[in-house]
Design a protein around this ligand. Structure first.
Ligand code: HEM
Length: 110
C-alpha cells in the first residue's frame, strides 16, 4: 500500500466527520497548527498537530507504528477517549487505522 491510500483514508474521515450533524462543516483544522497537513507524503511526515509530530521519525519502519501520535490519536486519543480524533467522531474504522499503522511499519512507501 502507498501514500495515496493513507491520504484517501484521512480525506474520507474529514468528509464523513463534517457531514455528521452537529459538527463544523467545513471542519476547521487550522487550530492544529500551521504544518498540520497530509496533502503530500512529505507534508504528512513533517506535520505537527498541537505540538505533537504526527509520525515521529523514530517509529517508522521498525514495528512501532502503533506508537505514532497519529495512530494513537485516531485509535484511542493520546490523553484519553475525549481526545480521540477526528474530535467527537465519527471515527475512522479500526481496519483503516490498521492500514495506516501497517504503512508506517512498512517504511512509509510512496
Ligand atoms: C497530534 C495529533 C492531534 C492532536 C494533538 C489533535 C488535537 C485536537 C484538538 C485539541 C482539537 C480541538 C481544538 C481545535 O479545533 O484545534 C482538535 C479538533 C479536531 N481534530 Fe484533531 N488533533 C490531532 C490530529 C488530528 C487528525 C489526524 C485528525 C483527522 C483525522 C483530526 C481531526 C480533528 C477535527 C475534525 C477536529 C474538529 C475541528 C472543528 O471543530 O472544526 N485531528 N484536535
Amino acid at each position: 500500500m502507498g501514500f495515496d491510500r493513507v491520504k484517501a483514508i484521512l480525506d474520507e474521515s474529514i468528509r464523513v466527520w463534517q457531514s455528521h450533524p452537529g459538527n463544523d462543516n467545513p471542519a476547521d483544522l487550522s487550530g492544529h497548527g500551521k504544518t498540520f497537513s497530509w496533502a503530500t507524503k512529505a507534508a504528512l511526515l513533517a506535520a505537527v498537530g498541537h505540538g505533537a509530530r504526527l509520525i515521529q521519525p523514530e517509529v517508522i519502519g521498525n514495528g512501532q507504528g502503533h506508537l505514532a501520535n497519529l495512530i494513537v490519536d485516531l485509535r484511542t486519543g493520546r490523553n484519553g477517549p475525549a481526545s480521540r480524533m477526528p474530535q467527537g467522531g465519527p471515527y475512522i474504522p479500526d481496519p483503516q487505522i490498521k492500514e495506516i499503522e501497517d504503512w508506517i511499519d512498512g517504511g512509509c512507501l510512496d
